[in-house]
Write a protein that binds this ligand. Structure first.
Ligand code: GDP
Ligand code: MG
Length: 160
């Protein structure tokens, strides 16, 4: 049952979360991180980088045949992104709820895209959509030594 993204304890699930170039340029880094931190999730990896086109293509490989693919990968590699790994119970599914629908105009108020975005192509943030995607994306963006293993004392007050 245990895999790199879901370790033995159920609060060890991991998701790959990325603030896209529009989110960085619009000074939303702190606001976005704050939401994950306040929810009770644990940040175990973070870096700022301008992704190479090849990395952007690999990240979005599932969309390679879609008409918007070239635009999507040029956009992702057009500026700095904040790549992160967050850990906690049901973090994959719950962070997708926090992020909102792909189209920001269809995202509920209170979600990240609902509060901060308007356009499909500039929807601020990426989050893994399944355990399989999370494992693939974490391995694509991070080396295992870039993921910190540590205890948060606060976790005893987050989890029963
Ligand atoms: P996500 O998982 O909610 O980010 O959505 P998808 O995996 O379906 O698509 C990846 C990204 O491609 C989205 O976040 C959008 O930025 C972009 N995208 C998806 N569908 C469309 C579309 O129909 N038109 C355009 N322009 N961009 C899209
Ligand atoms: Mg997706």
């Amino acid at each position: 049952f245990a895999t790199p993204a879901m370790a033995t304890a159920n609060n060890k699930e991991r998701s790959f979360i990325m603030i896209k170039p529009d989110g960085v340029q619009r000074s939303l880094i702190a606001d976005i991180i704050k939401r994950f931190e306040q929810k009770g999730y644990k940040l175990i990896g973070i870096k700022v980088l301008v992704p190479a086109k090849q990395l952007a293509e690999a990240h979005y490989e599932e969309h390679a045949q879609r008409p918007f693919f070239q635009k999507l990968v040029s956009f992702l590699s057009s500026g700095a992104v904040v790549a992160m790994v967050w850990e906690g119970q049901e973090v994959i599914k719950f962070s997708r709820n926090m992020i909102g629908a792909t189209n920001p105009l269809a995202s509920a108020p209170g979600t990240i895209r609902g509060d901060f975005g308007v356009d499909f192509g500039h929807n601020v943030i990426h989050g893994s959509d399944s355990l399989t995607s999370a494992e693939r994306e974490i391995a694509l963006w991070f080396k295992s030594e870039e993921l910190a293993q540590y205890d948060l004392t606060m976790q005893a007050w987050t989890y029963e």
